[in-house]
Design a protein around this ligand. Structure first.
Ligand SMILES: Cc1cc2nc3c(=O)[nH]c(=O)nc-3n(C[C@H](O)[C@H](O)[C@H](O)COP(=O)(O)O)c2cc1C
Length: 352
């Protein structure tokens, strides 16, 4: 098989199955190790970690598995608009959310402080700790970072939601690209055009990218079993990245309530919304996504996340699950609660 279609030797894995990294504390060392030990590529989403904590996490993963694994970061981890977010805009935001906060007996939080990007320092840790694979979303790292990865033997994987993003990533010299369809759980990692204008489905995106690009394409979004793997490979994908189905496994960092929601009838309906973080992402539909219009203006990332953390804390303490963002993709409706090893066996069965 040519290098465009074979990522096993590129990434040092047995099966071209990547466990989608989860940012925001939902990844776990156990899950990364279970997937890598089973012959796939476990991935840890660390964008929220301080550089030192990221280094410790990589050490923990190394202690848990001797197989290759992937560390994932967000290149753009603070919206530029954060710096200019006005008091007036904050007032409007408060008005929009007042009914929900009032009903919960909660005071509206005061305007959060501006966040500072962690990416450059996190990337230094990656270069220093040398995981086998460094994947990233929301942009393309600086040329120097990519060159250093090449020198150090760290394989790089970017994420594209459109053909233009994929071409930009290929031109930058990444080793492989995740084709991220809008079915996927979590954020839409678009970086050239707004996420709302970059909503390709996995089927179309994978096929377009395998046709037009010369590097391996990894299909992501809507794959959760052998049938999904078979379909992606038939479209010319070199591998698959599975998120939601791994999120529901015993080893993931999601809470039991989140896993229960993913594997219950609640997961039949998902929504793309900016309401939880200020960036477009797919969650299971709930009272918040129903009450706040999809096109409502929210604060930039990560201000919106900080604003919503009061509500999340309250919802967790009171067990009011309907307010919590249970992230998940459209395929959640067929996910099962099982071990990562069992899910790996199911996915491997799709590799004919
Ligand atoms: C809760 C959650 C968090 C995610 N966080 C990240 C992330 O930080 N970085 C990333 O590259 N992908 C992230 N993803 C995307 C997954 O890695 C994967 O590409 C996607 O879930 C595949 O689609 P699926 O959910 O339909 O399986 C996240 C997905 C979920 C469900």
């Amino acid at each position: 098989m040519d290098s465009k279609h074979n990522i096993n030797s590129l990434l040092g894995i047995r099966y071209p199955i990547l466990q989608g990294p989860f940012g925001g504390g939902l990844s776990s060392v156990k899950l990364v190790a279970a997937v890598s030990d089973a012959g796939g590529l476990g991935g840890y989403g660390g964008y929220q970690l301080e550089p030192q904590a990221l280094a410790e996490m990589i050490t923990d993963i190394r202690n848990a598995t001797d197989k290759p694994f992937n560390i994932n970061l967000w290149v753009n981890d603070t919206d530029a608009a954060s710096a200019n977010y006005t008091d007036d805009a904050y007032l409007q935001l408060c008005k929009l959310f007042e009914p929900i906060f009032k009903e919960q007996g909660l005071a509206l939080p005061s305007k959060p402080a501006n966040a500072i990007s962690k990416f450059e320092q996190q990337a230094e840790i990656v270069l220093c700790m040398k995981p086998a694979v460094f994947s990233f979303v929301f942009g393309i790292p600086d040329t120097v970072i990519l060159q250093d990865c090449r020198k150090l033997g760290i394989k790089t994987i970017g994420a594209a939601t459109t053909i233009d993003e994929a071409i930009a990533l290929e031109e930058a010299g990444v080793d492989a690209i995740v084709a991220s369809g809008f079915e996927a759980g979590g954020h839409r990692p678009s970086f050239l055009k707004p996420a709302y204008e970059s909503l390709h489905g996995s089927f179309a995106l994978t096929r377009i990218l395998t046709e037009h690009l010369n590097i391996p394409i990894i299909a992501a979004g809507g794959i959760a079993d052998a049938k999904g793997v078979r379909a992606a490979m038939a479209l010319g994908a070199a591998g698959v990245q599975v998120g939601t189905a791994f999120l529901a496994t015993d080893e993931s960092g999601a809470t039991d309530k989140h896993k229960d929601a993913l594997t219950s009838d609640k997961s039949r309906h998902t929504t793309l919304t900016k309401v939880y973080t200020g960036r477009l992402g797919r969650v299971l539909s709930n009272i918040v996504t129903q009450l706040i219009p999809q096109d409502a203006s929210t604060a930039p990332f990560p201000l919106q996340t900080t604003f919503m953390s009061t509500l999340r804390k309250h919802a967790t303490e009171t067990g009011n699950e309907d307010l919590i963002a249970y992230w998940g993709g459209q395929i959640a409706a067929i996910t099962k609660r099982q071990t990562a090893q069992a899910l790996m066996q199911e996915l491997i069965a799709g590799l004919d």
